[in-house]
Design a protein. Structure first.
Length: 219
């Protein structure tokens, strides 16, 4: 008969069990105390707004303000959220690399609580001629921002901001403080040739032919 050594069963220490219990207790208390959650959210929203409103450059599209990745990070730290991004993957069409995709994972106190996937493609006007490393970086940035947005959008809305990250508004990362990034227009009209002619800085977009207006004035 062969003697078989039986390994002792591994058990968690009292300290480890106590730590897990405290985590579960903390999460449970948050879930079943909505009044506390809402009050904390209001405080977080006010703190975020105080920071964002002091930024010299704000992302404003169609009169609405959007939060950038750094703003989502700030909001995440209020709640103990951190985000991790993985390697980018190529998006191939007809044998050509047309962009990159990336995934993110959101953690809270070391526990996975969410995540997201995002991409950056060359068919976007702003990215048609950018080098590959910038497309990779933007794919990761979008994934990270979207991951935080998925768990914190409700707090951003309380602060008065749009729930979609600025980097994720495809093709529209073109207005700063209400001005068009390309032609500098504010309001209804954009200068001739501006890629945002169909997208207003504020109001309804419409291309305006400055040469034609000057000609009409002179004649």
């Amino acid at each position: 008969m062969i003697n078989q050594k039986i390994e002792p069963r591994k058990t968690k220490s009292l300290e480890a069990l106590s730590e897990e219990y405290q985590k579960e207790k903390s999460l449970s208390s948050e879930i079943f105390n909505p009044e506390i959650i809402v009050e904390q959210a209001r405080r977080a929203a006010n703190a975020l707004k105080d920071i964002v409103e002091k930024k010299p450059k704000k992302v404003i599209i169609n009169g609405e303000q959007y939060l950038e990745f750094e703003d989502w990070q700030t909001l995440g730290y209020f709640y103990g959220f951190t985000v991790e991004t993985g390697e980018t993957k190529e998006i191939i069409r007809d044998g050509k690399i047309v962009g990159y995709t990336a995934k993110s994972i959101v953690y809270r106190n070391g526990v996975r609580v969410g995540g997201a996937e995002a991409a950056c493609l060359r068919d976007e006007f702003n990215w048609a001629t950018k080098p590959e490393f910038q497309l990779k970086s933007m794919a990761q940035t979008r994934a990270a921002a979207k991951g935080l947005r998925n768990v914190l959008a409700w707090v951003a809305v309380l602060a008065g901001y749009k729930p979609t990250p600025a980097e994720e508004v495809a093709g529209e990362e073109t207005t700063t403080n209400g001005k068009c990034k390309y032609c500098g227009s504010v309001g209804k009209y954009h200068k001739k040739g501006c890629p945002n002619a169909s997208k207003p800085a504020t109001g309804k977009g419409e291309e305006i032919d400055m040469d034609k207006i000057a000609k009409n004035i002179l004649t």
